[in-house]
Design a protein around this ligand. Structure first.
Ligand code: 5GP
Ligand code: ZN
Length: 111
């Protein structure tokens, strides 16, 4: 399958890895939008939360995002988890991913 995040998960495309568990990989975003910008993905190809089912590891995904925040030292100051979903949600890679953003103050509402 021609999915960039599947290729990263399989090790066919390099990434700056931050954390790995059995079902999840976390790596730095190639185009960071904050001092810390890490993407957390399930190794299995799932397009979005709407396609996920019990047993697909959503709990593992969120817990990994929290662990990334701890590892990156942004837990105390606060951070933002983002899951862009679908066209109007701003999703550009159709493989579920959680953005972990931190190291600066975040604006609300998002653009
Ligand atoms: P989305 O817009 O789908 O929520 O987020 C996709 C993110 O993936 C973007 O922030 C983009 O910079 C990042 N991205 C796209 N291609 C690559 C890549 O090949 N490597 C890495 N590390 N990040 C990527
Ligand atoms: Zn994929």
């Amino acid at each position: 399958m021609d999915c960039i995040f599947c290729k990263i998960a399989r090790g066919e495309v390099p990434c700056d890895k931050v954390l790995e568990t059995e079902g999840v990989l976390a790596f730095r975003d190639i185009n960071p939008q904050a001092p810390t910008h890490v993407l957390v993905i399930p190794k299995k190809h799932i397009r979005g939360v709407h396609e996920a089912a019990p047993g697909d590891g959503l709990e593992e995904l969120l817990l990994a995002a929290a662990e990334v925040a701890r590892q990156e030292g942004i837990e105390k100051g606060g951070y933002r988890l983002v899951i862009n979903t679908g066209q109007q949600g701003g999703q550009t890679v159709d493989h579920l991913h959680v953005h972990v953003l931190g190291g600066r103050s975040m604006a609300w509402p998002p653009g």
